[in-house]
Design a protein around this ligand. Structure first.
Ligand SMILES: [Zn+2]
Length: 165
């Protein structure tokens, strides 16, 4: 059973590259970096375009739905803030509406709030907003919506992945 993260133990300190991301999250908007010159999109935010090296950047707002590309179940929390949450799932989520024209995906990692039972490669998720105490900051996490097709899950007992409909 996945517990709650104690966000009071985490101090968020945005840098110039990420402060726009966190400001949007506070408004419950999920954004990724986009290049104003060539249109490239990526995450996490970086100071220049990874394709054309332009510094003319903007934010692209994602609809907030994605597909789990990979995930990990964290059994031993390293940070005290995650002690009660463990075992918890961190999902790497691909955002189809942010994909680049050449097929290069934009992926964003976050907590899967539904726990290990809902985790699976190929499962669809939507963004859910976790609020730190006293409105200190807002963190995007993920809620499972189910699956349109085949989903792959790690079978911890067998140590291999298995597909299910
Ligand atoms: Zn560019």
């Amino acid at each position: 059973m996945q517990g709650a993260v104690d966000y009071s133990l985490i101090a968020l300190q945005p840098d110039p590259d990420s402060e726009g991301f966190w400001a949007a999250a506070r408004e419950h908007r999920l954004v990724v970096r986009a290049c104003a010159d060539c249109g490239r999109r990526w995450y996490p935010p970086a100071p220049l375009c990874p394709r054309c090296r332009s510094f003319d950047l903007e934010w692209h707002e994602a609809e907030g739905r994605g597909v789990i590309a990979s995930y990990v179940v964290v059994a031993h929390a390293v940070l005290p803030a995650f002690r009660e949450a463990a075992p918890y799932v961190v999902a790497l989520v691909e955002l189809p509406d942010c994909a680049n024209e050449d097929g290069e995906p934009v992926r964003l990692a976050g907590l899967l709030l539904d726990g290990e039972e809902a985790a699976g490669v190929g499962a669809t998720v939507e963004v859910a907003w976790e609020e730190a105490p006293d409105g200190a900051y807002t963190v995007p996490a993920w809620r499972a919506l189910g699956a349109d097709g085949e989903v792959w899950r790690l079978d911890a007992d067998l140590g291999r992945a298995e597909a299910s409909a």
